[in-house]
Design a protein around this ligand. Structure first.
Ligand SMILES: [Zn+2]
Length: 202
């Protein structure tokens, strides 16, 4: 399909505060003219939460239409939604290809496509089910080097810091980084905490 989405995650928000934080994110984007209208599940592939389209007169209004490359006609863009997801959100982006790992406790590195990475990934997959079902946000996974229980969000070592599990996550479908960044800054201010960024190509 060729679509991609950026995910603005707030993994530090406790699960019990997730619903309130997601509502605050939606309110901040709505009040500043980034999104508008009612829930529209057709604005994304795979509806995971309340989803809204860009506001026509707002800073992301250019995402509503495109010019057809051949006919020159103005076309509505099908995919451009913002989804408010959580609790128990899984960003599987780092696991589409096996990631490299670096333990925040012992500093041990595990390169992708090695037996060590396969073993570490297996421990992550086992933990995802426990995370989804638990009352508390359990995100600890044992390091293959030192066996210390560490937060999975600090274990992925592929480029800038990202996250895997979060109880608050906002997906921006087919939004370019230059629009996601100011929208994320707005939500950071609303929540009083910094975000972590994830990307998924589907
Ligand atoms: Zn370790």
């Amino acid at each position: 399909m060729g679509a991609a989405y950026g995910i603005v995650g707030y993994p530090d928000v406790p699960r019990g505060e997730a619903a309130g934080a997601l509502a605050a994110c939606e309110a901040a984007l709505r009040e500043d003219g980034w999104i508008e209208g009612d829930h529209d599940p057709d604005a994304v592939y795979g509806d995971r939460g309340p989803t809204f389209r860009p506001a026509a007169d707002g800073p992301a209004g250019r995402l509503l239409f495109m010019t057809h490359p051949v006919s020159g006609a103005r076309m509505e863009m099908a995919i451009n939604g913002v989804s408010f997801c959580g609790p128990s959100y899984l960003n599987h982006g780092p696991f589409i290809d096996m990631p490299s790992f670096e333990c925040p406790s012992c500093g041990g590195e595990t390169r992708r496509e090695t037996d060590g990475a396969r073993a570490q990934q297996e421990r992550c997959f086992e933990m995802f089910g426990r995370y989804a079902d638990a009352d508390d946000a359990l995100r600890q996974v044992a390091c293959v080097h030192c066996q210390a229980e560490v937060d999975i969000n600090d274990l992925i070592a592929d480029g800038p810091p990202t996250f895997v599990l979060s109880d608050v996550a906002v997906e921006f479908w087919d939004w370019p980084p230059d629009l996601i960044e100011p929208a994320a800054a707005l939500m950071d201010r609303a929540l009083g905490r910094p975000h972590r960024m994830g990307w998924v190509h589907v």
